[in-house]
Write a protein that binds this ligand. Structure first.
Ligand SMILES: [Zn+2]
Length: 229
């Protein structure tokens, strides 16, 4: 605590410049590090769970859109969902947007771009980030989804005082959030493949990850086939 107080004091006096550069989680090993095979199995398992979670989240979001765009009283719809249909007499609450205007909320997704268009759109992201060993990582940056590796990358740039590179990374973060996630993934995967999954010089790998995970190649089922979503 004493150290923190001193740092704050110096910062207030402008003796030093203090800036937040991400939080690093620390873990304590409770048993011996598993062997490579076990680590691989754990990584596979975690990857499967994450894909499953992603699918569930998208399905939930679709349910919300169906709810918001349904042609009926929203309160009645909700009450029905929770098994309490009688809570809204005659199925009309008289207060929700449907009861008041009989108009549904409209979601106008932008027209879908094709792969060739997306290839051009991802260029700034690829220019700002030299990571090529993880297409999902690049997709998340384009979509504005943070990850521990992204925090590490930004922190490493702060440490090396690469202000412009850090700014570039922040500029592209979330820049393609309206595009199709699967198609973006596909384009980034191709870009990674074109580079043989080799990162640009000087790209700091997620060096807190176990080595076996860094060497891992994406499993063949890396992308969720569209039909399953
Ligand atoms: Zn209503």
């Amino acid at each position: 605590m004493a150290i923190l107080e001193k740092l704050n004091e110096w910062s207030e006096k402008r003796t030093i410049l203090k800036e937040t550069a991400g939080v690093l989680n620390q873990y304590k090993l409770e048993r011996e590090v598993p062997d490579t095979k076990e680590l691989d199995d754990i990584a596979d398992d975690m990857h499967k769970q994450m894909i499953e979670k992603e699918k569930q989240s998208i399905a939930k979001l679709q349910q919300v859109i169906i709810f918001a765009t349904s042609k009926e009283c929203l309160a009645a719809h909700l009450a029905d969902y929770f098994g309490d249909k009688d809570a809204v007499p005659e199925g009309r609450c008289q207060f929700c947007s449907w009861c008041k205007s009989e108009q549904v909320a409209s979601f106008n997704p932008p027209p879908k771009k094709d792969l060739a268009d997306l290839k051009i759109l991802v260029e700034p992201v690829l220019a700002a980030c030299g990571v090529r060993d993880d297409s999902k990582f690049l997709t998340r940056i384009a979509y504005g989804i943070s990850s521990p590796r992204f925090t590490l990358l930004k922190a490493s740039l702060s440490k090396e005082k690469k202000v412009e590179e850090k700014q570039g990374l922040e500029d592209v973060f979330g820049s393609l959030e309206e595009e199709d996630y699967d198609m973006l993934s596909e384009v980034f995967e191709q870009a990674c493949k074109d580079c043989n999954y080799k990162n640009a010089n000087g790209v700091v790998k997620a060096n807190s990850a176990p080595k076996t995970m860094l060497k891992r190649k994406a499993p063949p089922n890396f992308f969720t086939p569209k039909a399953q979503r």
